[in-house]
Design a protein around this ligand. Sequence first.
Ligand SMILES: Cc1cc2nc3c(=O)[nH]c(=O)nc-3n(C[C@H](O)[C@H](O)[C@H](O)COP(=O)(O)OP(=O)(O)OC[C@H]3O[C@@H](n4cnc5c(N)ncnc54)[C@H](O)[C@@H]3O)c2cc1C
Length: 364
Amino acid sequence: MGVDVSIGGLGVAGATLAYLLASKGFKVRAYDVAKGYHKACGDAVTVRPQTLEIARQTGSIVTAIRRFVIAVNGNVVHDFELSPPPWIIVDKARMVSRLREMASELGAEIIHGSWVRGREPIWVDARGPYSRSAKNAIFLYRVYTTSRWSGDTVMLDFNVEERGVYWIFPVDTDGRMVNIGAGFEGVNSAVEVERRLEKYHKRVVGEPLETIDRRGALMQLFNDVTLYKDGSFRVGEAAGLLLRTGGEGNRPAILSAAALARSLSDAGVEDSTRISSLYRRRILGLVDEVLVSRILLALVRGSSIRVASDLLASLPREFWIRFVRAEVKSHYLARLLISNYGLGVGVVRALLSYLSSRGHRLGS
Ligand SMILES: Cc1cc2nc3c(=O)[nH]c(=O)nc-3n(C[C@H](O)[C@H](O)[C@H](O)COP(=O)(O)OP(=O)(O)OC[C@H]3O[C@@H](n4cnc5c(N)ncnc54)[C@H](O)[C@@H]3O)c2cc1C
């Protein structure tokens, strides 16, 4: 029998899609250039019924996050606890490997090699950041180190002065090991990022960095959302479904894969227009979140260090609670802007500059 769907890339999105489609009876052929999955990540996943289900089915939950420490330029601006925990930390390599195995057990053909599009009626690009040019991507780097942290706490530091972000996430339930990482616009050297991480860990935790494992990867922060291109549907980071402010890509990868799987199941593989419209409709909320995150990123990048730092530091606690729960949508942003004049002016300025740069690009 012929293959229904060809998937390029078996990371979070591709492996979830391969598994879900195989479990719905589709004939799937899926490729990945890497045999195992070892991508650098913070390994944090925002809790939603579907993300929790995938994490549970793959036995990959490491710990749950309740406490969030939010900093701007190294200064803590909010420190709060939430219940139920809105994040889990997963063993992402295990999650992706199990999804690949589960897909294979259900009959999916898993091929180790570069994606080749054949005569399959449906092609899906799930190559993550590698589906676009690396030219404009941001280099993120993380280190596993022994530490004195807490298994339910994360720290996120939006460092406008260094044009980047630091994070400290636990890797176990007692915080003896952490995933400390960072990415800075224009800094592509692992040595330089590790030097900054050493300083950061010493300052925040009071301990030297004892590197157990180090790894870097690219992230596509500046691309448009593209759900279908050149005959292929796109899921996950390949579709531009990444929250630009915090770099959250795991939940969007799982949710977009689940949405496309359902759309294929409802529409069949012959009618691309119907699949497209169902897929688009099902991830409207996610696309809205991504657009809002793009506006906020444009706002921070388009402002001076002082203005951007002041704006971030002045965001209310409710914003950060929504941020970690992944509930910053356009209606909330509109409400926030109406009630905060300074922020409103800043966003309008950033929007105007973004639209005018787009106008130049379109006109050229
Ligand atoms: C350092 C770092 C920390 C991060 N931390 C977090 C976090 O804590 N929480 C969060 O939600 N997100 C985080 N992200 C983002 C998240 O990792 C990605 O957005 C997410 O992995 C996207 O999933 P994906 O399946 O779209 O792509 P990926 O997981 O990148 O998978 C793409 C797959 O495609 C394969 N591939 C590439 N080219 C080809 C080809 N030509 N043929 C076949 N296969 C190919 C790759 O080998 C890979 O397996 C982080 C990213 C980085 C770099």
